[in-house]
Ligand binder design. Sequence first.
Ligand code: ATP
Length: 314
Amino acid sequence: MGTPVRLVPVVTRVTVRVPAKINLCLGVGRVRPDGFHPLATVYQAVDLHDELRITAREDGELSVAVHTEFDLPEGMSVPEGPDNIAVRAAQLLRERLGDPDLGADIAIRKVIPVAGGMAGGSADAAAALVGCNELWGGGLGRADLEPLAAELGSDVPFLLHGGNAIGGGRGETVSPVLARGGYHWVFATSSEGLSTAAVYAEFDRLNPGAPEVPEVPDELINALRAGDAHALGRALSNDLTDASLSLRPELADTLEVGLEAGALGAVISGSGPTTAFLAASEEHALDLAMALASTGSAADVIQSRGPVSGARLV
Ligand code: ATP
């Protein structure tokens, strides 16, 4: 047997920026025996970033502090302990590296809405994997981090990569999409979160005949290949829409306001309640944002762009 290699932290502090995601399309199939739903989705990473500052410790402790840049949805909190998914990611990586003395203090500055269907928790998990790997001298490449990411959650592997990607399986198998162009988005957030599990349960109730294998629409892939924002707007889709609207009927009004104000397309982001509107230009996005803000129905209205890259050291 060779002498075990002691992992020595090569830096003492790293900062990682990680984007939110939206689902340009979200095809959902019948629930599988393992409780997950088969998905056929196209993710786009958007310019709305959480930032994690991670400082090394050598006593095996993992701590987390969370600072949010907005009011959390009613009744919602982000755990500041072992339940925080960034801590779970660090633990998983430490097990993989096999050194119980590796520790870290993780400070999260949250900008991605919480429980908004934009994968904020998953983003932090991806960032913790990238950051701790660097901090602890883990030497793992993206391909090595991917299985750990998939174990943590369906959206985590995509947030390691960013860009535009097709997600299959339960969302965790990602393959990049050949795409052109940058897109202007407006997001309307909600003061009440929406539980992903509750939306999927409502989907099951409303769709007993859901297909076993959902598909990504060709029009959406063609629109991305062509860099055609108008075609992309027409192709946006989400099979969870009826379920989300059944739980939160007022979201239909928000979608309507954006479309009436000239959005090229509107879609609920993931399981919601954040709604996403595609604009033709930066100016158009500003007009849309003003129209949405003037209704007073959104907690916040945010202009953004996509695609952007995934979790990155800064
Ligand atoms: P998705 O789009 O992946 O369905 P979401 O964006 O709707 O998820 P999150 O913001 O990821 O939802 O939060 C979901 C739950 O995860 C919340 O109840 C929150 O308390 C918990 N959570 C754990 N760790 C984190 C974290 N680092 N950031 C945000 N939420 C976290």
